[in-house]
Design a protein around this ligand. Structure first.
Ligand code: FAD
Ligand code: SF4
Length: 495
């Protein structure tokens, strides 16, 4: 193809794909916010890459994707080769291109993220994978030799799917079990469709099935089938169970009507948006003690928490017709855990942010929530993770009026009891204990060599990865751990 113009980054500004107009978003449009690049736009944006010998973007990507290489293939229009190369490291490129917090990862480290504007790495990754898959391109497994080995994967989230993909590439048959009726884990039941359209997971299921991966959905391990059965029937087991115990903050007044935990709110709403359930005020399966979804039209909604889940809640509330949506967060904007891009989108959609506000209690009348008592905070000394503690400022209390309050304080692992019966050990905080990767995700930390393989649990036949090992984190780190655990399983079974 034509020689790469060296200074394309100066002539071609950074440009994201077009977004759904604001007025549509504010009147209930649930389509993906960002559209897709056309071929010319993708080539232009890919041509901005400097191919700077030591690609910081690839180092910062937890999967260490070959970013400059597939950007160059995209620039040359060699999309199927670009897709094959993207899949070499990333089993879910179309998903990561959509939901990774690129501003903190690859794009945040791009040399051009210094006045010129980082290369739109995520949007090009999405373009490459979407275009190739729509053309009918599929991973080439024609040289893979079946080994006769079989592995059970528990959990069809990004960790489990990535593990299954790598096992299939090694000629090992993977059977993925999930208690839900769709694959994706939080990609389907959690992340709203304005960030990730659900058809994306349907396509990925088709790809994986084409690679020989089997799915047994609507099956809960520990209830419908025991781990002992899987250990007897399969050569190894991978646990990608996720992290679902929600942190409620222990605030007084949490049992008032219209106080909702974030995930059931998002899951139930997602089901309604996709026509998977009826509205009729039914409680959410598995969360019967908690909520039925209230009608948010014309309501004042306060969301407590500033992570990705909180951002998904505020932006869903906007689309559901709330008259005012406020996000209260106990630290300042610079210390918000959510992606800066998502915060900017929420702000544009009309969400008000109250930083340095800690909730003290939920207030109510006749059993209905009416507001949140908050206090102002200032940032104090850093905690064990290096994050500065939010300290209450004496005498700064005020009340935020609210008709609905959504609590989005995050999630903790909730390991099932049956793990310990099979010798699988836990860390003190409930995370599954595994042998760390030889070089940690995104780091080059060396660990002492011992007999165990990366991501192997205390039971040699069982591996684990994703949120159930790391605690609630990111899609890309779950994909990394699923990939690396599969490498360990391959080593265990095939040497
Ligand atoms: P999960 O995706 O949770 O999947 C675990 C699966 O295991 C589930 O399907 C569950 O049903 C199944 N399972 C568990 N136990 C059993 C059992 N006993 N039997 C059968 N099946 C079982 N990350 C990002 O990178 N970008 C984002 O924008 C982003 N937004 C988010 C928004 C929300 C609302 C939430 C909650 C999280 C978000 N995350 C985001 C985080 C990301 O979704 C998770 O880190 C990621 O999905 C973890 O992957 P996983 O495979 O470990 O677990
Ligand atoms: Fe960037 Fe995520 Fe893609 Fe890695 S997987 S290149 S971090 S968008």
């Amino acid at each position: 193809d034509a020689k790469k113009p060296v200074f394309a980054f100066r002539e071609t500004p950074r440009q994201m794909p077009a977004r759904i107009p604001l007025e549509l978003r504010q009147s209930g449009d649930w389509n993906e916010l960002y559209g897709r690049f056309g071929e010319a736009e993708a080539k232009h944006q890919a041509s901005r890459c400097l191919d700077c010998g030591n690609p910081y973007c690839a180092w910062k990507c937890p999967l260490h994707n070959y970013i400059p290489n597939w950007l160059e293939l995209a620039r040359e229009g060699r999309i199927h080769e670009a897709a094959a190369l993207a899949h070499e490291t990333n089993p879910l490129p179309e998903v990561c291109g959509r939901v990774c917090p690129q501003d903190r990862l690859c794009e945040g480290s791009c040399t051009l993220n210094d006045g010129f504007g980082a290369v739109t790495i995520g949007a090009v990754e999405k373009y490459i994978a979407d275009r190739a898959l729509a053309d009918g391109w599929r991973p080439d497994l024609s040289r893979v030799v079946a080994t006769g080995k079989r592995v059970a994967v528990i959990g069809a989230g990004p960790a489990g799917l990535s593990c299954a993909d790598r096992l299939a590439r090694a000629g090992i048959e993977a059977t993925v079990f999930d208690r839900y009726e769709q694959i994706g884990g939080l990609l389907h039941f959690g992340i709203p469709s304005f960030k990730l359209d659900k058809s994306v997971m349907a396509t990925r299921r088709d790809v994986l099935e084409g690679m020989g991966v089997k799915f047994r959905l609507g099956v809960e391990i520990g209830r419908d089938i025991g781990l002992d059965t899987l250990l007897a029937e399969f050569d190894a087991v991978f646990l990608g169970l996720g992290s679902y115990r929600y942190t409620d903050g222990g605030l007084p007044g949490q049992d008032l009507r219209n106080v909702l935990p974030a995930l059931p709110f998002l899951v139930q709403n997602g089901r309604l948006v996709h026509g998977e359930d009826e509205v009729d005020g039914k409680p959410i399966a598995g969360w019967e003690d908690h909520v039925a979804l209230p009608d948010l039209r014309g309501k004042r909604v306060v969301v407590l928490g500033g992570g990705d889940t909180g951002m998904d809640c505020v932006r869903s509330a906007v689309r559901l017709g709330a008259s005012r949506v406020t996000c209260a967060y106990r630290r300042d904007e610079a210390n918000m855990p959510g992606s800066a891009r998502e915060v900017a989108n929420a702000r544009e959609e009309g969400v008000q942010f109250l930083f340095n506000r800690a909730p003290l209690a939920l207030l109510g009348e006749d059993g209905d929530v009416t507001g949140v008592r908050v206090a102002e905070t200032q940032l104090g000394a850093p905690d064990a993770q290096g994050r500065r503690n939010a300290e209450i400022v004496a005498g700064s209390e005020s009340v935020l009026a609210a008709d609905v309050v959504i609590i989005a304080f995050g999630f903790q692992p909730d390991p099932p009891e049956w793990l310990s019966a099979h010798g699988i050990e836990l860390e003190g905080n409930g995370r599954i204990r595994v042998q760390p990767a030889a070089s940690g995700c995104g780091s080059r930390k060396k660990v002492a060599a011992d007999a165990r393989l990366p991501f192997q649990t205390a039971n040699a036949k069982v591996f684990a990865g994703g949120d159930s090992v790391r605690g609630a984190d990111l899609v890309v780190t779950a994909a990394y751990e699923g990939r690396e655990a599969a490498a360990g399983i391959v080593k265990l079974l095939l040497g």
